[in-house]
Design a protein around this ligand. Structure first.
Ligand code: FAD
Ligand code: DHB
Length: 389
């Protein structure tokens, strides 16, 4: 078998890249280790930057997002009984759209099916070969048989635990990492949200976030310990703890119910440099992880795909590899800024188990400054709505 670009992983980055390449007439095949239903059952990100929306439009997969997505002009930050609204629209002229990653994935899968491009689901033991040659190969097992695909380029879009980054010799890649001493416990519930915008809460008992997926479905998060398990958190206990961390107005607006999904995610900052090895290009979580506080994971996957799709199109249309050679540097420049913002938001809004009195006062001063300074609010807003590509 032969294709021009072999894409590993059918998450948002692999599906978006596949769609943009197919629409430009570039042949590609996606190999995904899980089933389609499994990929669609994962509840993850919810906030989409304008740049990512524009890319989904280019991919002809934004129709439902425009119909059902919720446009948010701002967000709220709560600390010590006060709530401060950060007005994205007034401060930057830009907005974000609240639309679940699961829905984006479904829309991209539908768009891919409609143009007849090929995805292999449940591809086991994917392995990459000859990445430094101009004829890389990819093999996998499916239904007891081993298959092999020849290609010009491999796009490693297979997330943090995927095979692509691990196929790069250790001497050729450097990793930079911070692991945070807490996780996020997330609950999805079929009830209207507390407020029409998100509320990020710094509370003595730990961080909390009130988010949503629609006007009738809410998503809530609580900072939790890393050694906790979802079985330690029956629904009643989750709601009691959330109420403790909310201000009285938010607590009285909270509508609770049976959770329809509950999960714990650890928080990590991670970047692998460079995002290229020979003819293998990494994109999205395969190359970097952000703690979720800045809502940047999915959006960074989209900006990587923007740079990579343009570079591949330039190569196939005009024969120039210049943009492919610049890919890692361009993508990383934006990645590090989103890493910085996500780290800063995490630092400002969580309770760190070993923080000293000095650390706590620094955090309080940071929030007090943010609440009182339009310049500080503009800096937050500019990063939250997404830095330019
Ligand atoms: P992924 O979505 O991870 O997709 C990678 C795909 O590759 C998967 O479908 C996987 O099955 C497949 N794959 C893996 N290994 C192989 C292999 N060996 N062979 C073939 N296929 C393989 N971001 C936010 O902004 N807000 C959030 O609230 C948020 N919550 C998250 C919760 C969790 C539990 C996780 C893991 C991430 C969360 N993120 C969140 C981050 C965001 O979801 C990711 O940044 C985004 O999914 C990245 O997309 P991706 O396509 O690069 O990777
Ligand atoms: C959601 C997740 C985030 O990490 C965030 O910062 C905002 C919203 C969400 O899942 O809705």
């Amino acid at each position: 078998m032969r294709t021009q670009v072999a894409i590993i992983g059918a998450g948002p980055s692999g599906l978006l890249l596949g769609q943009l390449l197919s629409l430009a007439g570039i042949d590609n095949m996606i190999l995904e280790q899980k089933s389609k239903d499994y990929v669609l059952s994962r509840i993850r990100a919810g906030v989409v930057e304008q740049g990512a929306v524009k890319l989904l439009e280019e991919a002809r997969a934004a129709e439902r997002l425009h119909r059902e997505g919720l446009v948010h002009d701002g967000t709220e930050i709560a600390f010590q009984g006060r709530r401060r609204r950060i007005d994205f629209k007034a401060l930057t002229g830009k907005v974000v759209t609240v639309y679940g990653q699961t829905e984006i994935t479904r829309d991209l899968m539908d768009a891919r099916e409609a143009i007849g491009a090929e995805t292999v689901y449940e591809a086991a033991d994917v392995a990459l070969f000859d990445l430094k040659s101009d004829r890389p190969r990819v093999s996998w097992r499916e239904g007891g048989e081993t298959h092999e695909l020849q290609c010009d380029y491999v796009a490693g879009c297979d997330g943090f635990h995927g095979v692509s980054r691990r196929s790069i010799p250790e001497s050729e890649i450097a990793a930079f990492e911070r692991v945070y001493p807490f996780g996020w416990l997330g609950v999805l519930v079929e009830k209207p949200p507390v407020s029409h915008e998100l509320i990020y809460v710094n509370h003595d008992r730990g961080f909390a976030l009130c988010s949503m997926r629609s006007t009738s479905r809410s998503r809530y998060y609580l900072q939790c310990r890393l050694d906790e398990h979802i079985d330690d958190w029956p629904d009643d206990k989750f709601w009691e703890e959330l109420v403790r961390r909310l201000d009285p107005a938010a607590a009285s607006a909270l509508q609770t119910g049976a959770s329809i999904e509950k999960s714990i995610a650890p928080l990590r900052s991670f970047v692998a440099e460079p995002m290229r090895y020979g003819n293998l290009f990494l994109a999205g979580d395969a190359a970097h992880i952000v703690p979720p506080t800045g809502a940047k994971g999915l959006n960074l996957a989209a900006s990587d795909v923007h740079y990579l799709s343009h570079a591949l199109i330039e190569k196939y249309k005009n024969g120039s590899a210049k943009d492919l050679d610049l890919y890692a540097a361009k993508a990383l420049a934006r990645v590090w800024k989103a890493e910085r913002f996500s780290w800063w938001m995490t630092q400002m809004l969580h309770r760190f188990p070993e923080s000293s009195g000095f650390d706590q006062r620094m955090q309080a001063a940071e929030l007090d400054y943010l609440f009182s300074s339009e310049a500080a609010q503009t800096a937050l807003a500019e990063n939250y709505v997404g830095l330019p590509y």
